[in-house]
Design a protein around this ligand. Structure first.
Ligand SMILES: *Cc1c(COP(=O)(O)O)cnc(C)c1O
Length: 427
C-alpha cells in the first residue's frame, strides 16, 4: 500500500511507514494513492467477521505484509463481536461497544497495537495521544504492560465522563496520563506540536495513536462489512449508514469501505453542536468555532483531523456529495432522541442517539438505516440515568476501574510543560 501526504503529495510512504510516523510533513495526514474495489463481494459477505476482515485488510494493505501476518493481527485484535440489532422496520443499530473498554475505539486501538508490535523490531517507542474520551482507554488497554512501549495520554480535565477517565488513568505502569486544563482541541494541538519537535520525536521515538493513524482507520473499515453482512441478503445493497462524528475518522472508514466496493448507498455524519463540518457542507467555508462541551463529549471537536481525508474522497467524486449528509444535533434533540429510542425498546447513550437522530432526517423508506452505537450506555451513566430515568447496571470492567484511584498528573494547556515532563520522565 502506498500513501501520500494530503498536504504535500511528493511525500509517499508505505503502510508500515505511515503507521510508524502517524502524521506526515506539515502536519499532513496520509491517504492511500489507490483504493481498488474487491471483486468477490457476495462471497465476502458470507464469511465470518475475522476471516472477512483478514481479506479486506490484506486487500487494502497489499503485498507489504503476508496474509498470514495480517490474519494473526486480526485474530489478536478482533476478539469480540459487532452485532447488528434490529430496532424498528428498516432501522438497525450496529453495536460497536463489546470490546474491553466498551467503545468502538477498541477495534482501531487494538489493531494499531498489533501493527506496532509487529513493526517496531523491539525498539523502544512512545505513543503520544490526545483523547476526547474513548481513545485513551482503548489505546491504554491495548498497550498496557507491553515491553518497550510507553503510552502518554492527554485529556481535557473535567470534560470526559468519570467512567471514561478511570478506564485509563487508573492503570499506571507504562501508561502515563495528564489532565490538561483546556479542551480536546488544545490537547490535540499539544500532540501535534510534539510531532513537530524533532528533538522530542527522536529522543522518545514518538508515535501517534490518534485516529489520524491509518492503521486505526483501516481496522474500522472492517465492521462496515460486518454490518452489511448481517442484513438479509435482499437488503444488502440498500444500506444508509449514520456515524456520530467528532474527529471524522469513523465516517472516513465508512467511505473507504464504499470506495472498495461495499454497497453503501448513503452516509450520514452527524455532529453535536460542534458543527464545523455541517456548516462547511452548507456554506463551503471552513470556520471552526470554539469547542463547546456537550453530552456527547467524545465528539466535542471543532477542528476534525480526519476531515481532509473525507473531503478528498468527496471532492474527487469517488463518493458523491449527493449521498453524503451532515447535520448537527443539539443537546435537547439528543435527549429527545434518547427517549425516543427508549420508547422503541432500545437504550442508547448520547453519541448513539445523535447517530439515530441524524439518520432519521434523511432515511428513505426503501433503504435500510444503520446507526452506530459507539459506546456502551454505562460509560455515560450519569447522563443516561438522568435523561432516561433508569438505573444502569455497571459492567464489571467499569465497576473495577471506578473503584481505583486516578493516577493522572495535572497540566496546563502549554506545550513547553508537556515537553519538559516527557523529557524528564522518558527522554
Ligand atoms: C470517538 C468517538 C466518536 C467520534 O468518532 P470520530 O471517529 O472521532 O468521528 C463517537 N462516539 C464515541 C463514543 C466516541 O468515543
Amino acid at each position: 500500500m502506498r500513501l501520500y501526504n494530503l498536504k504535500d503529495d511528493s511525500q509517499v510512504v508505505s503502510f508500515v511507514e505511515a503507521v510508524k510516523t502517524g502524521l506526515g510533513r506539515n502536519q499532513g495526514v496520509f491517504f492511500p494513492q489507490q483504493l481498488t474495489p474487491l471483486d468477490n463481494m457476495d462471497a465476502l459477505l458470507e464469511m465470518d467477521f475475522v476471516s472477512r476482515s483478514t481479506q479486506v485488510l490484506t486487500h487494502l494493505i497489499g503485498d507489504e505484509l503476508s496474509p498470514n501476518v495480517v490474519a494473526e493481527m486480526v485474530q489478536g485484535a478482533f476478539t469480540f463481536p459487532a452485532p447488528l440489532v434490529h430496532v424498528a422496520d428498516n432501522l438497525h443499530c450496529l453495536e460497536l461497544f463489546h470490546g474491553p473498554t466498551l467503545a468502538f475505539k477498541d477495534f482501531g486501538g487494538r489493531f494499531m497495537a498489533q501493527c506496532l508490535a509487529q513493526f517496531s523490531n523491539s525498539e523502544k517507542v512512545t505513543i503520544l495521544t490526545a483523547t476526547s474520551g474513548d481513545t485513551g482507554a482503548a489505546v491504554a488497554h491495548a498497550f498496557y504492560g507491553k515491553e518497550n512501549i510507553d503510552v502518554v495520554i492527554l485529556y481535557p480535565e473535567g470534560k470526559i465522563s468519570e467512567a471514561q477517565q478511570k478506564l485509563f488513568t487508573t492503570l499506571g505502569n507504562n501508561i502515563h496520563c495528564y489532565s490538561v486544563k483546556g479542551s480536546f482541541d488544545d490537547c490535540q494541538a499539544m500532540v501535534k506540536q510534539g510531532f513537530l519537535d524533532d528533538e522530542l520525536k527522536t529522543r522518545l521515538r514518538l508515535n501517534s495513536a490518534n485516529s489520524i493513524n491509518i492503521s486505526r482507520l483501516l481496522a474500522q473499515v472492517c465492521y462496515y462489512f460486518e454490518a452489511v453482512a448481517q442484513l438479509p441478503k435482499a437488503q444488502r445493497n440498500k444500506a444508509h449508514i449514520s456515524v456520530p462524528s467528532g474527529n471524522f475518522g469513523n465516517v472516513c472508514a465508512a467511505m473507504i469501505a464504499a470506495l472498495i466496493g461495499l454497497p453503501i448507498q448513503k452516509l450520514s455524519a452527524t455532529t453535536n453542536q460542534n458543527d464545523t463540518v455541517p456548516r462547511f457542507i452548507a456554506s463551503k467555508k471552513w470556520q471552526p468555532h470554539e469547542t463547546q462541551e456537550s453530552l456527547s463529549n467524545a465528539m466535542d471537536v471543532s477542528r476534525p483531523n480526519n476531515w481532509p481525508r473525507v473531503q478528498t474522497m468527496l471532492d474527487s467524486g469517488r463518493f458523491s456529495y449527493d449521498d453524503f449528509f451532515s447535520h448537527a444535533v443539539d443537546e435537547e434533540q439528543t435527549a429527545l432522541a434518547m427517549r425516543e429510542l427508549q420508547s422503541m425498546g432500545y437504550q442508547a447513550e448520547p453519541h448513539t442517539a445523535i447517530a439515530y437522530e441524524g439518520l432519521k432526517a434523511d432515511l428513505a423508506p426503501e433503504h435500510q438505516g444503520i446507526f452506530l452505537a459507539t459506546a456502551h450506555p454505562a460509560k455515560f451513566q450519569a447522563s443516561v440515568e438522568k435523561i432516561l430515568n433508569v438505573e444502569l447496571a455497571m459492567p464489571k470492567a467499569l465497576s473495577d476501574a471506578l473503584a481505583k484511584p486516578c493516577l493522572a498528573e495535572p497540566m496546563s494547556a502549554d506545550y513547553q510543560q508537556l515537553r519538559q515532563a516527557l523529557l524528564a520522565k522518558l527522554g
